[in-house]
Structures are given as C-alpha cells and as structure tokens.
Write a protein that binds this ligand. Structure first.
Ligand code: NAD
Length: 490
C-alpha cells in the first residue's frame, strides 16, 4: 500500500493507516505563507516574551488542563491518524502533559538571571548572566510520536519565552493542528504557536524562512538536509535523530524481567520508537534462559492487539529487508520471520546471532524486530553495543553492575533494569550523539537549548588602578603586572 499524501491541487490528506480512510486535509503552505507564519510569530513573540515568567506559567498550565479535559479527542485522533492502540496513545498523552507541566513550572526558576563572581581583575564590576529567548523557533516533527516528540521542543521553547512555528509530519498533520488550536483556545493568543502544513519541501522552506533556531526531530538523512539548509543563514539547529539502541543482559540480571522489558521496548508503538530496543547482547552463561523467556513472551503478543499498524507504508520494505538480510547473513529466526510482515501490521520478530555487519544490526529498523546476540562477557557486549553510528539510548539489565556498565556506553541516555524510563522523567535531558544528533530537549538543558546567554558587567566603583583607558600612569602598569602575576601564580 502506498499513500499519495499531496494531490495535484497541493492539498495534503492524512489517512487512517489501517483502512486508508481520509482523516484530515489541509492546503500545503506556499513559500510566502511559511514566511508569513514566521513573520507573524516574530510579532506574536514580543508580547509573549515580555510577560513575567509567572504569567507564561499560568497560561501554559491552562493549556495543559485543556489538553487533559479534551483527552478523548486526541486519544481518538492518535489512533485514527497514527494507528496507535489505546495504551500507546495514553502513554503518549501522559508523557506530553508531564513535560508541559514541568516546563511551565520550572522555566522561571531555571532561566532566572543570576550574578556571577567578577574575579580579581574586574573586582569593581557586578556581573550577571541573563537567559534570553532565541526568538522564533521552527519545529519540524516526525509521525511516530506526533505529539510527545515535537512537544519536547514546543513546550520548552514556549516556556522559555519563544514563539513557535511547527511543521508536523505530513503523515500526522491533524495532530499538529489540534495542538496549535488548543493553545489558541487556552491562551487566546495568536501568532505564538502556529502550524504550517506540507511535505518535506515545506520543512525546507521553514529552514529558510528566517527562524532564529530550528528544532528538528526525524531521521539522520533528513537531519543532514535540514542542517545544510540552515547553514545558508547560520541558523542554529537542534538535531534529535534516529537510534539503534542496545540492551545488555548481564549474568546477574533478573532474566524474566529483562525478557518482558526488552520485548516491550522492541515492540510497543509497533517498534516505531527512536529509543526502542533493536539489539540485545546477552552474556552466554544466561543466554539460553533469557532467549526462552523472550520467545515465550514474544509468542504471547500480537500486532493489531498489543500494538498498531506500521504508520508509514514505506517502512514495511525496510523491515522486510532487515529480516531477510539477517537470515541471509547467517542469523536465525527464533520467533517470526519475513512472514510476520502482514501489511499494515508486523508481528514480533526475534532474530538470533546476527552478524555485526548485517543491516539488521547497523541500520534503524523501526519495526517490532529485535536481534539477540550471545557474547562471552560484558566487555564484548559493551564494545558491540558501542559499535554502531547511532548513540541515542541504551538499556542495561544487571543487579550489581548496572551503573558501571551504563558509564561505559557511548549514548546520551541509559535505563538500568528498565527500558526508556528516562523519557518519562522531565528533569532529565533527552538526546544523543553521533548519528543520533546533538542538543537536548527536556529538563534544564532543554530550556537552555531555546535561550541564549547574555552577559552583562556593570561598573560599580573606580579602582585606584585604571585598566580600560589609554591614559594609564606608570604605577597603573606596575599594578597590572602585579595582578597578572597573581592570577598566573594562583
Ligand atoms: P523524516 O526524517 O522522514 O521526517 C521528519 C520530518 O522532516 C517530517 O516532518 C518531514 O516532512 C520533514 N522533512 C523531510 N524532508 C525535509 C527537508 N528536506 N527539509 C526539512 N524537513 C524535511 O522522519 P520520520 O520518518 O517522520 O520520523 C522517524 C525518524 O525520526 C526515525 O529516524 C526516528 O528515530 C526519528 N525520531 C527521533 C526522535 C528523537 O528524539 N531522537 C524522536 C522521534 C523520532
């Protein structure tokens, strides 16, 4: 099944991924309309940025309460437009509310201007750092978490005093529109949070429309294009890209718990999670028992009941290619196989002993497929986990060595004895490095991401020694040398 998202009249249609029924239609924004949206946001931001932090907090919390009151609407839309089953939609809404609440309540404290010591050389100055909003933030989002993921940027950017122009994924435009509409209803403000619709080309126009920062969440290949477009105007970027997260199962792990958690981390949301578990490295001594527990758990779940369809039809080909190449490269299928792909659903697939250079190990699969490799020891597990281009998240199962293993993993986030828990802790920064991007959403770092530091010094009194003037006396120069020596010697 393919989906024509934009018709010849430049209308974007979103459809139900199971039945293909139309969910919503929007005109594709023209280049001028994208520029006008950014200009409107530049006007809208003046009043928003000028509000006291307490007032922004009040308005954002009012928006949060409205999202909660109208939860039935968005849960239904998450199922219709994205295909999520009830539990996956409920998790997404809960996380969204949790982060919006944290950003609203903490922005004032985190971004408060603060005094810093001026040091010996500038002892007569009062020094301050202020955090100023960047201005207008362009947000480009994906379809897999069409609310939680972009709101990781939008909530924190708004709380920091910015205006936002959001280009939702062409697969989930109605969810993006619903977010912006509810913001206007809750706050009565126009031009602070607006949406432009369209395919990738509209995203490229947003990069070039004069935004002050571009927060991108999506795949690494698109991330490169976004960076290139933003480089033309030196627009700074935040890159939240894909992942190939590994789970390490140590000899002292609770194997039943590890198997259940790995299965959930690999299959929830149909495996369409940037920080989903795609690879497992299990220490050989406990591998048979772990695989038995994982296979039993995987045979008890089913696509269509425990998770929804694959949202983007094109992804089915990638999932099939990864399963087939893993088997051709020498891996074996413990649960499922190519026959598990029954469009638009994919059942759980567990592949065992897949060579490290196979596509199923190196590339993002984005389906309910997990590879499990037996390794002789933890050092080999850690080296294998680190040996991919991505560096988003990781998972460790060990009763005694969780912290030390986590420390050696080259990723932005680790869950020990659980999966993806960090994403539900608003105070923790979210993001990765390498092929998974850079910059952070969530937490204090997520608020800093949408501000720029401004440094101010204020001369409070005259010193007997004059440094910042040409008409220095000889004794000023001696004093300067003495201070320089003092600073150097300390
Ligand atoms: P994608 O890269 O195909 O598209 C993402 C967005 O970019 C869409 O809105 C799309 O219209 C837009 N776009 C496409 N071409 C563009 C261009 N040339 N210029 C500007 N914008 C353009 O990704 P997707 O399929 O929507 O999402 C899945 C990907 O997102 C996966 O790789 C997943 O791991 C990643 N993801 C990452 C995180 C994270 O926080 N790190 C979270 C969710 C998803």
């Amino acid at each position: 099944m393919t989906r024509e998202l934009v018709d010849s009249g430049s209308v974007l249609r979103s459809v139900d991924p199971v039945y293909g029924a139309e969910v919503a239609r929007y005109p594709v924004a023209t280049r001028d309309e994208v520029v006008a949206a950014v200009d409107g946001a530049r006007r809208g931001r003046i009043e928003w940025a000028g509000l006291p932090a307490t007032e922004r907090r009040r308005e954002l919390l009012r928006w949060k309460r409205l999202l909660h009151t109208r939860r039935a609407e968005i849960l239904a839309l998450l199922t219709r437009e994205n295909g999520k089953v009830g539990a996956d939609a409920e998790i997404e809404l809960t996380l969204t509310l949790h982060h919006l609440d944290w950003a609203a309540r903490n922005a004032g404290r985190v971004l408060r201007s603060r005094r810093v010591s001026s040091g010996l050389l500038m002892v007569n100055q009062a020094s301050r750092i202020e955090r100023q909003p960047c201005g207008v933030i362009g947000v480009i989002g994906p379809w897999n978490y069409p609310m939680y993921t972009p709101m990781g940027s939008i909530s924190y950017a708004l709380a920091a005093g910015n205006a936002v122009v959001f280009k939702p994924s062409e697969y989930t435009p109605a969810i993006g529109q619903w977010l912006a509409d509810t913001f206007v209803t809750a706050t009565g403000r126009a031009g602070v949070f607006t949406v432009v619709h369209g395919p990738g080309a509209t995203g490229a126009q947003l990069c070039r429309a004069g935004v002050d920062k571009l927060a991108f969440t999506g795949s690494a290949p698109t991330g490169r294009k976004v960076m290139a477009a933003c480089a033309e105007s030196l627009t700074p970027v935040l890159m939240e890209l894909g992942g190939k997260d590994a789970a390490i199962v140590a000899e002292d792990a609770d194997l039943q718990r590890a198997a259940r958690a790995v299965l959930w981390g690999a299959t929830m949301n149909s495996g369409q999670s940037c920080a989903g578990v795609e690879r497992v490295y299990v220490v050989a001594a406990v591998a048979e028992r772990f695989l038995e527990a994982l296979a039993e758990a995987a045979r008890a779940v089913q696509a269509g009941r425990d998770w929804g369809p694959v949202t983007m039809p094109g992804q089915l080909a990638t999932i099939t290619r990864h399963i087939e190449s893993a088997l051709a490269d020498g891996g074996t299928a413990l649960v499922g196989g190519p026959e598990s792909v029954r469009a638009p659903y994919v059942d759980a697939v567990v592949l065992v002993d897949v060579p490290q250079d196979s596509a199923a190990i190196r590339e993002e699969t984005f389906g309910p497929v997990v590879t499990v490799n037996r390794v002789p020891d933890l050092d080999t597990a850690i080296a294998a986990a680190n040996a991919v281009d991505y560096g988003l998240g990781a998972v460790v199962f060990s009763k005694r060595h969780g912290a030390s293993i986590a420390q050696r993993l080259e990723v932005g986030m680790v869950s020990v004895n659980d999966v993806i828990s960090y994403g539900a802790v608003p105070a923790l920064p979210f993001g990765g490095h390498g092929g998974s991007g850079f910059g952070r959403i969530h937490g204090e770092a997520g608020l800093f991401e949408f501000t720029t530091p401004k440094s101010t010094t204020h001369r409070r009194f005259h010193l007997p020694v004059e440094i910042s003037a040409h008409n220095r006396r000889r004794r000023d120069e001696w004093a300067l040398t003495a201070i320089s020596r003092l600073v150097g010697m300390r």
